[in-house]
Write a protein that binds this ligand. Structure first.
Ligand code: GAP
Length: 449
């Protein structure tokens, strides 16, 4: 993926309504982004596929949806309020811009710099800056009312570990999964939606007997890599990177990242961590609750170790856009207007595509054709994310759908009126098949899922 591909993604995201800067009429806000109609579909599809693979298809994994606000005691016990969850920061004494002092200038930081990378002003000594986002609960803004927006969804899972054990029929080994918002007061957010202060995580905490931790860690590493490949990402753009002991998060015994080759370098898209008994034992200590697991068969009591897989939903959106965006010069739809310039094609997996099928009447001024096309659309829309489009030439309409990754286009033409068939065009292969219009749902079901 070349660096001008990032510009192409930004341009597509804006032009076609995938992603917008937040509060844009006020000039945007602090690296925060909103998802537009197509972006919301894409992100939902990514989350749905993750849930299908992690929760729906595993009998030993259940899902929860915990609150963003939790007792501040959670974050004391988890270690997030102490130095472990803080980044080193320097500030320019002149322009007051802040930089991470553990990141290079290329990465937006000031590591090894004597002066401000922006204005050459003098930099302060490095100090630790905690990443938790603070707020107040209730009308009084004092320390007793302080609370924090969760910095990882994982803690909501640990808070429900005992509830799930007591109410479900799970036994170690088992997992609890969650998708939800997390917040970090990042010093240097950037690279579009790669690093933001508000983001969504898709996390699994899998509880195992300590002696099984290593084996299960290896299993989930492979399984999570396989998911990205099954979702259509190119193998050459993915790799594992093991953490050095010095860079491990405060809760981790060992960690491996799944990295993606972004235009700005290889970067983490998912972390796989062996959290040991860090969370359960610390929460037991701080809360006074018994959180040891009692094996119902042997009576053995122990804190299960936790193998965690933690992926970013927003980062995944960027990855799937980056990996599937192709620029085709010369015009693959062979229309006079498209042959003049380059076409953008989003070659995204059909199950992630925002729109699954577009219904296109060949002409818009023949009532029999438009009504037939509308009827087909009406029959499909309950089960498939379908769109009806009659604006512009058929070539232009194919281009519009290719650009947003729609895998199938159905064209209703004059022959459709006499033999009830339609042309079904496959974006990926560019093949066109003539099929009976009644067979479209069956065809789509078999291709999409
Ligand atoms: N519970 C473990 C945990 O939170 P992490 O490595 O800090 O681990 C996991 O984060 C994933 O969450 C990352 O791989 C990334 O995809 C996503 N993520 C973390 N910080 C982010 C940020 N500031 N903006 C967007 N995504 C972020």
């Amino acid at each position: 993926m070349s660096s001008d591909n990032l510009d192409a993604i930004l341009s597509l995201a804006k032009r076609r309504g995938f992603i917008f800067p937040s509060s844009s009429i006020y000039g945007g806000f602090s690296s925060v982004y909103d998802y537009g109609p197509l972006g919301a579909e894409l992100k939902n599809n990514i989350k749905k596929e993750w849930w299908r693979r992690v929760v729906q298809t595993n009998e030993d994994i259940v899902g929860v949806d915990s609150a963003i606000l939790m007792s501040p005691k959670v974050w004391e016990a988890s270690g997030h309020l102490s130095a472990g969850f803080a980044d080193p920061l320097v500030e320019c004494k002149k322009c007051h811009e802040r930089f991470r002092s553990d990141k290079s200038r290329e990465e937006g930081g000031a590591m090894g710099e004597k002066e401000c990378p922006k204005c050459k002003g003098e930099l302060t000594e490095s100090r630790k800056f905690n990443l938790m986002m603070k707020t107040f609960v209730g009308p009084v803004e004092d320390d007793s009312a302080a609370a924090y927006l969760r910095a990882e969804t994982a803690q909501g899972i640990f808070m429900n570990y005992k509830n799930v054990l007591d109410t479900s029929r799970v036994k170690v080994p088992f997992g609890i999964a969650q998708i939800g918002k997390a917040f970090r007061n990042e010093i240097t957010p950037g690279n579009f939606i790669f690093r933001t202060r508000e983001f969504e995580q898709m996390e699994l905490e899998y509880f195992v007997k300590p002696e099984k931790a290593e084996q299960v860690f290896e299993y989930w590493k492979k399984e999570r890599m396989k998911w990205y490949l099954d979702m259509g990402l190119k193998e050459e753009n993915l790799r594992f990177r093991d953490h050095e002991k010095t860079e491990l998060a405060h809760y981790a015994r060992s960690a491996t990242d799944i990295e993606y080759k972004f235009p700005f370098g290889w970067k983490e898209i998912e972390g796989i961590h062996d959290r040991g008994d860090w969370d359960l034992s610390n929460h037991a200590k701080h809360s006074g609750e018994e959180l040891k697991y009692r094996d119902p068969d042997t009576g053995e009591e122990y804190y299960p170790y936790v193998i965690e897989t933690s992926a970013g939903a927003d980062r995944s959106v960027l990855v799937f856009l980056a990996d599937s965006l192709e620029r085709v010069s010369g015009g693959r739809t062979m229309t006079t207007e498209s042959s003049r310039d380059e076409e953008i094609v989003l070659n995204i997996a059909a199950n992630l595509a925002p729109i699954k099928v577009a219904i296109l009447p060949l002409v818009k001024n023949k009532l029999e054709i438009t009504s037939k096309a509308r009827n087909i659309f009406e029959a499909l829309k309950n089960n498939f994310m379908a769109r009806y489009d009659e604006q512009g030439s058929i070539g232009r309409r194919y281009r519009r759908q290719d650009e947003i990754g729609t895998p199938y286009c159905v064209t209703v033409d004059f022959d459709s009126l006499s033999d009830n068939t339609v042309t079904l065009r496959d974006r990926k292969t560019m093949t066109q098949e003539r099929i009976a219009s009644d067979d479209i749902p069956k065809y789509l079901l078999c291709k999409l899922y």
